[in-house]
Design a protein around this ligand. Structure first.
Ligand code: PPY
Length: 353
């Protein structure tokens, strides 16, 4: 844990044990340079506390990069509520309220929203004690609700950039896209792709989701063990992170990887592995920022839906800029995106110091 925190370049981490449930609450605040550290609350079980802290710190750094690449005045943060394996669901609302108290005590240093394992309904509960630092409450509570549709629209716009870069076409028509994870973001993404005449293949682990897309929509279902070697034009990871690693990358049979999942690369070296295989990679934080953009724009800057959609669609241009910089400079897309982010952070640092 000590070496993990020493290596991390963020500002602070707050760790609190919830005595009544045995859950650990970890709030990682990576950067407040562009604005208050903001990002969702992930709620799940982890093998160890160190795994949970690792996830929170890495995800918080991604939020800094997301907001910076999208030109939003927000900093990066993320919270993890690491549940004990035998967690009793009836204790969940009170756990969320105690978490809300901690968020409010931080006084705006960290602002939260939904992530894997939490919903707009959970944000309503957190806001009972954590208000006003809670995004994405339900519309009934005055919030903008789920950001999944906006994330999917942004990923779709990113896929259009990939189609332009790789295949010289502005639509996804006739391109074979394998979507890994047809959940909150993957499902609306699949519908955008179908509307654009793409050929969609999918994988999921949830029986009802598999039934829907395989039997009702009629899409080919790719089982878990065949995902990485299934030939496709674009592989789109929309489930959990770490799927691009030294064992999966050599198996890929695609021209590009572009999807919604956070932290898709297991390590920094995996960007080089993709590059050496000639596979175009859309940096995850650049392509999946649509939800965060829409939420912040709508709830803080008063954007209407039309404005939010238009802004989210600028992800296409942002990716084309990254692809072109990578090509010109002979660097990976991951490094190109990182350089753009670092230049923006450095400019802000210079302006404020
Ligand atoms: C993400 O994009 O991963 C988020 O965490 C979205 C978000 C953005 C701002 C506040 C809360 C959640």
């Amino acid at each position: 844990m000590e070496s993990l925190l020493k290596k991390w370049d963020g500002e602070r981490v707050v760790i609190q044990q919830d005595q009544l449930t045995g859950a650990w609450i970890i709030i990682a605040m990576h950067s407040s340079l562009l604005g208050p550290a903001s990002g969702g609350t992930r709620m799940k079980s982890y093998p160890t506390l160190t795994d949970a802290v690792y996830d929170a710190t890495r995800l918080a750094a991604s939020m800094t990069y997301k907001f910076a690449i999208a030109g939003m005045a927000r900093g990066g943060g993320k919270a993890v509520i690491a549940l004990p394996p035998d967690f009793e669901p009836a204790l969940r609302p009170d756990l969320l309220r105690r978490y809300g108290i901690l968020v409010r005590q931080l006084g705006g240093l960290y602002e939260t929203g939904p992530d894997v394992g939490t919903s707009p309904e959970d944000m309503d509960i957190i806001a009972e004690t954590g208000s006003p630092h809670v995004f994405c409450q339900t519309p009934a509570n005055g919030g903008c609700g789920s950001s999944a549709e906006a994330t999917a629209l942004g990923v779709f716009s990113g896929l259009q950039a990939v189609a332009e870069q790789c295949f010289g076409q502005t639509s996804l028509a006739n391109k074979r896209v394998l979507v890994q994870g047809a959940g909150n973001v993957g499902a609306p993404l699949i519908y955008h792709l179908l509307e654009d005449q793409a050929e969609v293949l999918f994988n999921d682990v949830d029986e009802a989701t598999i039934h829907h897309f395989r039997d009702e929509v009629g899409l080919p279902f790719i089982p878990e063990h065949k995902i990485y070697e299934t030939p496709c034009d674009i592989f789109s990871p929309c489930a959990l992170g770490g799927v691009l690693n030294e064992t999966t990358i050599p198996r890929l049979q695609c021209q590009a990887v572009a999807g919604a999942a956070n932290n898709q690369l297991a390590t920094a070296a995996d960007a080089d592995r993709l590059h050496h295989r000639g596979i175009l990679y859309a940096p995850d934080y650049a392509i999946n920022v649509g939800g965060a953009m829409a939420v912040v724009g709508i709830e803080l800057d008063g954007w209407d839906q039309q404005k939010a959609d238009a802004q989210v669609k600028t992800i296409r241009d942002s990716l084309l800029t990254i692809f072109s910089k990578a090509k010109t400079d002979g660097i990976t897309t991951e490094v190109a995106a990182k350089q753009i982010v670092e230049a923006r952070l450095a400019a802000q640092q210079a302006a404020t110091s």
